[in-house]
Design a protein around this ligand. Structure first.
Ligand code: GTP
Ligand code: MG
Length: 240
């Protein structure tokens, strides 16, 4: 079974339904390895569903989905998921240390790798400032993280697995603009394809490809400047 991914993603007329209701309709786009894709669209437009199709957490109903020109059905699911990290919209931390929370799912990670992931996720300095640092307990017995700190911890957890494809589902919504910018710049420097679902255009306007979803369809796609000039709907969202 083929498994090594460079991270190129190609959707060809992909449709997805839940309990008979259409959720995504004939989604088509292509992104080269190492690029950044921004996804925006109103609540319920299908952003989370689109992300979940890539590691086959959801199964599409029609169309084709290729990673590096290989149809995802032809890949081993375990190996596929081993190379794709998703930061879910709802962050789940468990009782344990910061270090354990970041290393979760990749027990072979060294401490240096955990620190490197935390640095990339812009959370290292905060962790380092805690009296017990990476040994700090999270949860009922320990400290409570803020929304933005949780998001960054969750991103560090995804990065420590060194994915070829990183899926961020509304994972920067609680970050201040400055921290978000630094995070995006760091992610740009990593050799992985990054999908960022966001609520604001400002969060994704630097992306190589922006997908604007509306009721399960891509109503506009392209780079920011191009969309601003050519797409009235996108222009209106940007100026609203
Ligand atoms: P937000 O996260 O709120 O911004 O929405 P989204 O763009 O991520 O939409 P999502 O992909 O979660 O949902 C797309 C469509 O699928 C919506 O019409 C939802 O009502 C529907 N949907 C989501 N979850 C479920 C589910 O568990 N069961 C069913 N039947 N439909 C669902
Ligand atoms: Mg969602």
């Amino acid at each position: 079974l083929p498994s090594i991914l460079s991270g190129a993603v190609h959707f060809a007329d992909v449709s997805f339904e839940r309990e008979g209701n259409p959720v995504l309709n004939e989604i088509s786009f292509h992104v080269d390895a190492g690029k950044m894709v921004g996804i925006i669209g109103e609540t319920g437009s299908g952003k989370t569903s689109l992300l979940h199709l890539i590691p086959r957490l959801y199964e599409k109903n029609a169309g084709q989905l290729f990673l590096d020109e290989i149809e995802i059905e032809k890949m081993d699911v375990k190996s596929l998921r081993g190379q794709i990290s998703i930061v879910p919209q709802e962050v789940h931390l468990f009782s344990g240390t910061v270090r354990e929370n970041i290393g979760w799912g990749r027990e072979t990670a060294t401490f240096d790798e955990i620190i490197e992931a935390a640095r990339s996720a812009q959370i290292h300095e905060f962790i380092d400032s805690l009296p017990d640092g990476y040994d700090t307990e999270i949860g009922q017995k320990g400290i409570v993280f803020s929304g933005g700190q949780k998001q960054r911890l969750s991103i560090a957890r995804a990065l420590v697995r060194k994915p070829k494809i990183l899926l961020l589902d509304d994972s920067t919504s609680a970050l201040d603009a400055h921290t978000e910018k630094r995070l995006l710049e760091t992610l740009e420097g990593l050799s992985c394809t990054v999908f960022i679902v966001a609520q604001k255009i400002s969060s994704i306007q630097k992306a190589d490809l922006i997908l604007l979803l509306h009721q399960g369809e891509i109503v506009a796609q392209g780079a920011h400047e191009e969309l601003l000039q050519n797409n009235e709907y996108y222009y209106n969202i940007h100026h609203s």
